[in-house]
Design a protein around this ligand. Structure first.
Ligand code: GDP
Ligand code: MG
Length: 196
């Protein structure tokens, strides 16, 4: 009923006429160089040089998934431009505000895979009580000859950490659409299970 909307959400979110939150912050986490910015730019549908103008590394786009629209704000803010104190503050903030998380590693860089596990643990500690969607992403799947992390390892890690898993290639634009659609579906699953 209109006028009787419950305000569960913080002011960073909006609700549609049915009371559904329809604007979701998705945070990209992961080591430097794994492809976070490349994935964000594909999401936003922009070319590399345009990205110079993008405000605060946040990208908003409305996706139609299963005939329903959902707006994601993808935040590529994990690596602050100005270092040290700023970065710490931004990273704490990122850990608090996400409605969903994409933890990216490169399949060509084992240490980035280990960092991904640490990020998952950190996230679980900070957002303990919440059942937030998390997707583990093994990017650079096109670099087959340089692979250091097997698909099975990624998949097994996701099982242990109770999150979704996908391998992508930002360079070939392979599975990137699937990644963001997957996030939308994960968000909806949780939303719908809250309602019943
Ligand atoms: P970030 O530091 O996590 O934001 O990573 P970037 O998006 O800046 O990417 C780091 C480097 O890896 C850049 O040179 C990209 O062109 C390259 N890169 C990103 N994704 C892929 C991919 O899927 N395949 C290949 N071969 N290179 C990629
Ligand atoms: Mg970047």
């Amino acid at each position: 009923q209109a006028g009787d909307t419950k305000h569960w959400s913080s002011d960073s979110e909006e609700s549609d006429s049915s009371g559904h939150e329809c604007l979701y912050q998705v945070i990209l986490l992961g080591d430097h160089g794994v492809g976070k910015s490349s994935l964000a730019r594909i999401f936003a549908g922009i070319q590399e040089k345009d990205a110079l103008n993008c405000i605060e590394n946040m990208y908003e786009r409305t996706l139609t998934v299963d005939e329903e629209e959902t707006t994601l704000i993808v935040m590529d803010t994990w690596e602050a431009e100005k270092q040290e104190e700023d970065e710490k503050w931004v990273q704490d903030y990122c850990m608090q505000v996400g409605k969903a998380y994409v933890i990216v590693y490169s399949i060509t860089d084992r240490s980035s895979f280990e960092s991904a596990s640490e990020l998952r643990i950190q996230l679980r500690r900070i957002r303990q009580a919440e059942n937030i969607p998390i997707i583990l992403v093994g990017n650079k799947s096109d670099l087959v000859r340089c692979r250091e992390v097997a698909v099975e390892e990624g998949r097994a890690c996701a099982v242990v950490f109770d999150c979704k898993f996908i391998e992508t290639s930002a360079s070939l634009n392979h599975n990137v659409q699937e990644l963001f659609e997957g996030i939308v579906r994960q968000i909806r699953l949780r939303r719908d299970s809250k309602e019943t």
